[in-house]
Design a protein around this ligand. Sequence first.
Ligand code: F0G
Length: 466
Amino acid sequence: MPPSTTSAPAVRPASFRFRCIACGDLSDRAAQNFRCAHCGDLLEIVYPDWKEVSLDPARLKSIWGERRLSQSPIDLSGVWRFRELLPSLDNSDQVITLREGNTPLYELPQCARITGVPRLFAKHQGLNPTGSFKDAGMTVAATFARLAGFRWVACASTGNTSASMAAYAARGGMRSLVLVPEGKISWSKLSQALDYGAVTCQLRTDFDGCLRLLQELVLRAPVYQLNSINPFRLEGQKTLALELLEQLDWQPPDHIIVPGGNLGNSSAIGKALLEMRELGLIPRLPKLSVIQAEGANALVRTLREAGGKRLVNVQAETRATAIRIGNPASWKKAVHVLEATGGACEQVSEIEIAQAKAEIGAEGIGSEPASAVTLAGLKKLLKQGFVKPEESVVLVLTGNLLKDPDFTMEFHRGDLFKDGVDEKASAALRPLRHPPIILDATLDAVIRALEQAEKEQAEKEQAAKP
Ligand code: F0G
């Protein structure tokens, strides 16, 4: 292997502190449950001396660009490449990385036609090493867990966090403990945690119950919690926005649309946007909007029924199991970034999610159901006039198609909606279904299947004509 090279650290790293999002208390250390010692609210990481180290935006952009040519592990990470805006390390060997980040920004020409928004893009975080956006946060939080000397890390999860945590713990030589709701996460995600060596507990409760238990556990046992309550996670997840803006040559899109579950990711993206504007990296803020499943709509209700002042929690139910969360931990952070960027919050139905997922899939871009709420949400925001067709829109796809093959199979076989769907919805879904065909192994049978497919395609095209 060639010796690793890294571009010179041209900017002195900034120190960081923890700040309570409610009472503003500043501290150098965080308690094991990552809650404020005074008022019990969540903490965020701040960089009080950013002004002193004079982060010149043009210089930062050029350093980050230069690092793309480096072969050093820390530069090959699409997260640590932006390390001037992350908690600093003493040396680059401390990093636990699987070369996360570096995810593509795709154009979506077919979805653009469907929605009537020509400048429509997808930032596909499902192409991270363990198949979800969680890796961007996990590389940072797992690194700091090991630096703090922990042997055990733990999380409550709807599946993706546990897969990611287990992988990074394994890479970093730590043990991991996973708490997941029994029967409510996909086998794909569960199998990842098993393979990466996690102690995996399927608890007879929902995600919210798992998280409650974990918060108690970390006060009793020396385990480091890696849920997005942990502010290091959100610092890593910020880089999604940095990388996105770099891909857009630092020209902000009009809208970024993200799924909302426990609301860590929207908070992280919003924090990044606000910091980027403060540092002069971007001239204006995109509007950041959050979309939830109708059956797990705590943020929607919090904003509509309580003006964003208190959490309205719900008993969550949705087939988009990644976001089956009724009591989102980071709701206050999410309300703040929605207000600061002028974004919207909407909910979409199970049928709308399934349809959007198949429409994204028909572009050759697979995503898991939770990711597809973004396209379904965009359609609603367009109808409401909140998004205008001439504006540019980036959908954040958070997880890979392979994360939930059961959902996809049931959709294509027509079994997803057990109680059936109404005629209008059914007509919209039918052309998107491509069920597998079981045939005798004869040439004739395959040729007949081809001819049948041709005929159906011609009918679809005829039906689609205005
Ligand atoms: N999309 C996917 C694929 C997810 O796995 C999650 C959350 C979200 C969206 C929502 O992100 O919670 O930051 O608002 N999954 C967590 C987990 C809860 O345990 O894997 P959020």
